[in-house]
Ligand binder design. Structure first.
Ligand code: NAI
Length: 532
């Protein structure tokens, strides 16, 4: 039997004058309802607004390849083995009995949304999110990618020590078919020195322009070999140190392209992969915390209307924090400090034991409560007018993050968080959370969700009907902030606010997918249950 999370979803048809189905497209009319609020003369003045849009979704799902950078790592091998076990229906023995493959932990495959109420029973009807619009099934993804370690995939899975042996044993021949990862670019300065021993599969030379062209050729060749419509390139390689942002080097698209030509030392491997993907017109997602998306990359993505998303997978501690901090602040309780400790023993932890790489992770983990604090200036004083630097954030809870490498615990990361809060009349509350995050098993479904959503969003176009004029459909803005739910430090359109709250991120995704089929997003009012 196929596990329900791996089953093919049933289609949905919406009967509405706002939705039209053709063989090729679903076109929906959508009113973006909101309000404009201003504060003047000692009062708030609010005006409801409603702007009409149209969304056009191509129904035919692209034949999609997923090329991972860091294919031979814990995430890369776990993802490949998971897909292959699902695809080939491999079940295995554990000490608890027979285990079936599944996609638990994937929002798209294993969580549901309400599409309405059944009038006969009055009960809400829930469907998998993947039923809302046509999406790639993970079993159909064509797998490939790069690694600086040339260990073949069956052996790399063994090295990762993530999956049960009886599963590894059965899936190994399929993993061996993927073979050896493509050679990658290795600039030792960007990852920890302790990774050097792995780097036996590197593209020779130090000419960054030649490296860029090599990566572009790899993407094209993979696409051609497997007759793909689309390739998603996904960075799940080691965390790099931050790149310095240097005027004239990586601050604009043209400067960045020139810096690559000049093999400038501040252009990181991940930035080169991002540039290669953008120039090939294929989506690129950054699953690690470093600042791959220097301003020049963002400008290049805008210029080529090519999709990018990031940064850093939100799998364990930060995911919990983006729920827990919101719960406290929205309950009117004031966190005074959040102290987070982690220890882990996998290769990611080994790499993060070096200071510059830890710094990248620290930054990405740190901003997660900012939006909740900003939304509640009853509890936290706003910044003084004209405040600069740290003071520009206004009052803020103390927030620290510590990460230690403890080889013995392997992939099973332990995270301890203390939330120390002010409660009524000067009282204090302390909540401690101990969280064991099976790292790669939590991260793998996020890579799937991000890749599947990235492909979907390349098929959604929109037009603004505000002026009544029939303008052309155009693609979404290149920074895919709709991917935020799965990301620790979501990249958003410059000048717009980051939303870290997990529930708001999920609501946004649900509302967007539903808008594409002409349904209202949030039905939580449930008015019929409140009235006579
Ligand atoms: P890993 O260390 O097992 O795998 C990373 C792989 O990348 C290694 O095989 C390494 O040889 C390869 N690599 C390094 N530099 C490369 C380059 N320039 N080109 C190609 N390959 C390169 O790490 P893991 O656990 O798979 O994590 C991968 C990334 O995802 C890390 O940056 C980690 O911080 C990030 N991440 C992981 C999460 C998790 O829960 N597992 C959560 C959030 C982020």
């Amino acid at each position: 039997p196929v596990h329900p999370t791996a089953a093919r979803p049933l289609p949905i048809t919406v009967q509405s004058e706002n939705v039209a189905y053709s063989d090729e497209h679903i076109v929906s009319k959508f009113f973006n309802r909101g309000s404009e609020a201003v504060f003047a003369n000692g009062m708030y003045s609010v005006k409801p607004v409603s702007k009409p849009f149209e969304f056009q979704t191509t129904r035919k799902v692209s034949k999609t390849g997923l090329m991972m950078v860091g294919l031979g790592g814990n995430n890369g091998t776990t993802l490949c083995a998971t897909i292959l076990a699902n695809r080939h229906g491999i079940s295995w023995h554990t000490k608890n009995g027979i285990q079936q493959p599944n996609y638990i932990g994937s929002v798209l495959r294993a969580s549901t949304v309400s599409i309405g109420t059944n009038p006969a029973t009055g009960k809400e009807v829930y469907v998998p999110i993947s039923s809302i619009l046509p999406m790639v099934h993970p079993n159909d993804l064509v797998l490939g990618g790069w690694d600086i370690s040339g260990l073949p995939m069956d052996k790399a899975m063994e090295r990762a020590k993530v999956l049960d042996w009886d599963l590894q044993r059965q899936v190994a021949p399929h993993m061996a078919e993927i073979g050896k990862p493509l050679p990658s670019i290795y600039y030792p300065d960007f990852i920890a020195a302790n990774q050097e021993a792995r780097a036996d599969n590197v593209i020779p030379g130090s000419d960054k322009q030649a490296h860029l062209e090599h990566l572009r050729a790899d993407i094209r060749a993979f696409k051609q070999k497997h007759a793909l419509d689309r390739v998603v390139v996904f960075w799940t390689a080691n965390t790099e140190r931050y790149s310095d942002i240097i005027p004239g080097v990586n601050d604009t698209a043209d400067n960045l392209l020139a810096a690559i030509k000049a093999s400038h030392s501040e252009v990181s491997p991940s930035t080169l992969f991002a540039v290669a993907s953008i120039l090939e017109g294929e989506p690129f997602v950054n699953g690690a915390p470093q600042n791959t998306f220097v301003p020049g990359v963002i400008e290049l993505a805008e210029r080529h209307q090519s999709f990018i998303g990031g940064d850093d997978l939100k799998s364990g501690q930060t995911k919990l924090k983006s729920v827990f901090a919101e719960f406290l602040v929205n309950a009117g309780i004031k966190p005074l400090s959040i102290a987070s400790y982690n220890h882990l023993g996998n290769n990611d932890g080994h790499n993060l034991s070096a200071e510059p790489q830890f710094k990248s992770k620290e930054i990405s983990k740190s901003s997660v409560v900012d939006d909740m604090v900003n939304a509640n200036r009853l509890l936290y004083k706003p910044p003084a007018e004209g405040a600069k630097g740290k003071a520009a954030k206004g009052e803020h809870p103390d927030h620290i993050v510590v990460i230690k490498y403890v080889p013995a615990v392997g992939d099973s990361k332990r995270a301890i968080d203390e939330y120390y809060s002010e409660i009524l009349m000067g009282g204090r509350s302390t909540i401690n959370i101990f969280n064991e995050c099976e790292d790669s098993l939590l991260a793998t479904p996020l890579i799937l969700d991000l890749s599947i959503l990235a492909e979907l969003l390349t098929r959604v176009k929109y037009r603004d009907l505000s002026n009544g004029a029939q303008t052309e459909f155009k693609p979404l803005y290149p920074i895919l902030s709709l991917l935020s739910y799965m990301l620790k430090a979501p990249l958003v359109k410059p000048g717009t606010d980051v939303v870290n709250s997990l529930s708001r991120q999920r609501n946004a995704l649900e509302a967007f997918l539903k808008a594409c089929i002409g349904l209202e997003g949030n039905g939580d009012l449930l008015l019929e249950t409140r009235i006579w």
